[in-house]
Design a protein around this ligand. Structure first.
Ligand SMILES: Cc1cc2nc3c(=O)[nH]c(=O)nc-3n(C[C@H](O)[C@H](O)[C@H](O)COP(=O)(O)O)c2cc1C
Length: 325
């Protein structure tokens, strides 16, 4: 079983599949499971919490893993990078915000540096900064994201990136998606939703069940949960989740939510603590269509690879012999 791309050489991995650094979901155990299965697991450093990071790096044991952060939040506490580099991660990924002020500190280290982009301008910026790899994220993605769709966005970023490997993200959770991403010129994929319901994921069990029984039709992008969580996200990005009673009540009435914020936050916080997915978010993307079971991450990863191989072989057979004309 093998599909080798330049991404495998860049990170020293067997399969060109990365676990997305999902805040609160991609902990050390999940990242280690993906890495040990031949991909590269990234823990979800999210908004940056030193205790959480130490714990989850420990939980990964000796596995070779990376870590990802929400750029605008990490930029407010750049000292966290010392903790990160002490752990000698295989890769450091930034998404959502201006990473340039952090570059000098990053460039002191050998760690491979990945930037996730949602627009072509961001892709150009990443190329100019000399990043090691670019994640082109389509709006189908679970979690925060922008407005571009994966299918046209990935090849456009590939054209900009030239020799820098591009990793496709957003809506990819099986081997058909990996095969398609390679056909678009990507060097591999980064999957979040596809690993959300893994045994090793830190998501609540009922959230995993909701993801398995839900579909992409049941998801939408909104900012209601960012407002409820008091997170001052820049307006360029919002959050794809499954619809629930909270989104139905407020996503078309952000002013109403803002006027009732104290009360709604109390309700939201209680629901989050209890894992009540009627109010707290199940953060998955359109690829919820493709999650069929709660299972070990290794099984998911190996199925993605074997299915992609099968697809690529079948597609190859569609092409006629080379003719001289
Ligand atoms: C539960 C969840 C949490 C996420 N949290 C983060 C995060 O903290 N930082 C980040 O860069 N991306 C985050 N993402 C987005 C992923 O990096 C990635 O772009 C996305 O999962 C890819 O699309 P997919 O969900 O269709 O696989 C998150 C995604 C999910 C599903």
């Amino acid at each position: 079983m093998s599909i080798r791309t330049p991404l495998c050489d860049l990170f020293g991995i067997e399969h060109p599949v990365l676990l997305a650094p999902m805040a609160g979901v991609s902990g050390g155990a999940l990242a280690a499971a993906v890495s040990e299965a031949g991909g590269l697991g990234l823990i979800g450093g999210g908004y940056g919490d030193a205790d959480w990071l130490e714990r989850e790096f420990d939980a990964a044991g000796d596995a070779r893993i990376g870590v990802g952060f929400i750029t605008w939040s990490l930029a407010r506490q750049p000292q966290l990078l010392d903790l990160v580099f002490n752990r000698n991660p295989a890769a450091l990924m930034f998404s959502f915000g201006d990473f340039k002020p952090l570059l000098p500190r990053i460039r002191d280290e050998q760690t491979k540096f990945i930037v996730q982009v949602q627009t072509l301008d961001q892709a150009r910026e990443a190329v100019d900064a000399g990043v090691d790899a670019i994640v082109a994220q389509g709006t189908e993605a679970g979690g925060h994201g922008g407005t571009r769709a994966t299918l046209p966005f990935v090849p456009a970023v590939v054209d900009i990136a030239k020799d820098i490997p591009v990793i496709a993200a957003g809506g990819i959770a099986d081997g058909r998606g990996l095969a398609a991403a390679l056909a678009l010129g990507a060097s591999g994929v980064l999957c979040g939703t596809g690993f959300f319901a893994s045994d090793e994921s830190l998501a609540y069990n009922n959230a995993k069940q909701a993801a398995v029984s839900g579909s992409g039709d049941d998801t939408e992008r909104s900012s209601v949960f960012d407002m409820a969580r008091d997170l001052d996200w820049p307006s360029d990005w919002n959050l794809r989740t499954m619809r629930n009673s909270f989104t139905r009540q407020w996503s078309a009435d952000m002013d109403g939510l803002s006027q009732n914020l104290a009360e709604e936050q109390a309700r939201f916080n209680a629901a989050s603590a209890a894992g009540d997915t009627n109010i707290a978010p199940v953060i998955v993307g359109e690829a919820a269509d493709l999650i069929r079971a709660i299972e070990p991450a290794q099984d998911t990863l190996h199925r993605i690879i074997s299915q992609a191989e099968d697809r690529l072989r079948r597609i190859g057979r569609l092409v006629g012999p080379i003719t001289k004309d």
